[in-house]
Design a binder for this molecule. Structure first.
Ligand SMILES: Cc1cc2nc3c(=O)[nH]c(=O)nc-3n(C[C@H](O)[C@H](O)[C@H](O)COP(=O)(O)OP(=O)(O)OC[C@H]3O[C@@H](n4cnc5c(N)ncnc54)[C@H](O)[C@@H]3O)c2cc1C
Length: 397
């Protein structure tokens, strides 16, 4: 559709920064950038009504992983990169709380628990976690205390990991490790709080607007062109925040979309309040305020779903049957399943996010894995600072 006068002159006038993708990372980037440059025109373009990635469809764990997942990361990344990931998660959570406030996020410092099944593989993993408990604790505890100590209700010397035999017994698990620095937030309220903040900050958000391709400036100081079904939009800088879908506009990004299924179940007996990790984080569940439990994950089941936005209902049903059986194993008999959905992660060869720039004015922060609730706002802050610093160097502002 050709762009009309009022649109080109005002509504869709060239922006200083256009963020592609209205997930946690995109909205955080826009808000942090606008706070640094209140007079700049900041626009977000989002192809869905609300967002189609992970931001409106996640489990709301305000978490840093757990010992099972950490042992994997230690092996693939080594100690310093693994610890850097934990730092990004804790700093991201702090940035999110500072940006929107605990109350608006519906954040509860409920604590988390990693459950190890009374199966041969569960016992083996539990032993490995036990052998490394001191190492993990010594590395993670100071980070939690220094980054979250003033926010979480824990005394500063609270360990990162504590054995909880009573919780293990409640679930018939081989063992259970408590993560006292973890919390749970209300994903819906978090997204609403972002929307309110965008409005207050006078950031334009165009929903139903897909960036189909990007064209580099034709002159050294010229704008980037963003091709959309609404016409070509111009912008001095672009922030690509489309996570798993980034390759569509940034082919060189080493990231792919990966589906994750989630159920909301009503168990006959509610588990104790909290957020739970199982099987190295590939399965997880958390209590909801209304007597339901969100139970999700299962990427390791190996059920293939077609690429977004296609659907294969039979494959979804196979995945859900495996999730329901895992839910019954951990929660006991299930009365009913009220919700089933797929959310999309952005994954790569390891769990490190990708943040950087591929050309002057073209920036990205993508590949949040299963941890974008925790990391996303901090990466949005970093991305806003990067864009701002580039503008400074160019002498634009
Ligand atoms: C089921 C599930 C459970 C999860 N649970 C947790 C959890 O408990 N804790 C945690 O820390 N993390 C969790 N995550 C991960 C977390 O939700 C994500 O890492 C995070 O939301 C990613 O945010 P984002 O802004 O990078 O991307 P997204 O939320 O994926 O947003 C990207 C947006 O870009 C839009 N977009 C894509 N392409 C285009 C285009 N070409 N033009 C315009 N718009 C485009 C999409 O519509 C999408 O809205 C979970 C994820 C899933 C799927």
């Amino acid at each position: 559709m050709p762009i009309g006068y009022w649109e080109s002159e005002h509504l869709l006038a060239p922006a200083d920064l256009t963020v592609i993708g209205a997930g946690i990372v995109g909205m955080s980037t826009a808000l942090h950038y606008k706070a640094l440059h209140p007079h700049d025109r900041v626009r977000i373009i989002e192809r869905d009504v609300l967002g189609e990635g992970g931001t409106t469809r996640n489990a709301g764990f305000a978490c840093f992983g757990g010992p099972g997942e950490w042992l994997d990361d230690l092996e693939t990344l080594g100690q310093s990169k693994w610890l850097e990931l934990i730092r990004l998660r804790a700093e991201g959570l702090r940035a999110l709380i500072e940006l929107l406030g605990e109350k608006a996020l519906g954040l509860e410092w409920s604590g988390g628990w990693e459950l190890f099944a009374a199966s041969p593989s569960g016992k083996k993993r539990s032993d490995e976690a036990g052998q490394n408990l001191a190492l993990l604790n010594d590395a993670v505890q100071p980070l939690m205390a220094s980054i979250l100590g003033h926010l979480a209700p824990n005394p500063l010397d609270t360990p990162a990991l504590i054995y909880s035999p009573s919780r293990a017994a409640q679930f018939g698990a081989h063992s259970c490790i408590h993560l006292p620095w973890e919390g749970m937030l209300h994903t819906g309220r978090m997204v609403s709080a972002f929307h309110r903040a965008l409005q207050v900050a006078d950031i334009q958000c165009l929903n139903g607007c897909t960036a189909s391709s990007l064209e580099a400036p034709s002159a050294p100081d010229g704008p980037w062109s963003i091709c959309t079904p609404r016409g070509v939009l111009e912008s001095k800088s672009i922030a690509i925040c489309t996570n798993g879908f980034a390759k569509e506009v940034l082919p060189e990004a080493e990231v792919a979309p990966a589906p994750n299924r989630v159920l909301v179940v009503r168990p006959v007996q509610m588990p104790p309040q909290g957020a739970y990790h199982i099987e190295d984080g590939y399965l997880y569940f958390r209590t909801l305020p209304d007597g339901h439990v969100l139970f999700g994950g299962g990427r390791h089941f190996g059920v293939e779903l077609p690429p977004f936005p296609q659907r294969d209902e039979k494959a979804e049903a196979r995945w859900d049957a495996l999730l329901e059986s895992a839910a019954a194993q951990w929660l006991g008999p299930i009365d009913s399943v009220s919700h089933r959905w797929t959310g999309w992660l952005g994954v790569g060869s390891d769990r490190e996010p990708l943040i950087g720039s591929t050309a002057l004015g073209l920036h990205h922060a993508v590949r949040m894995g299963g941890m974008g609730v925790a990391m996303g706002c901090g990466l949005g802050l970093q991305l806003a600072l990067n864009i701002s610093a580039e503008g400074h160097n160019k002498g634009q502002r």
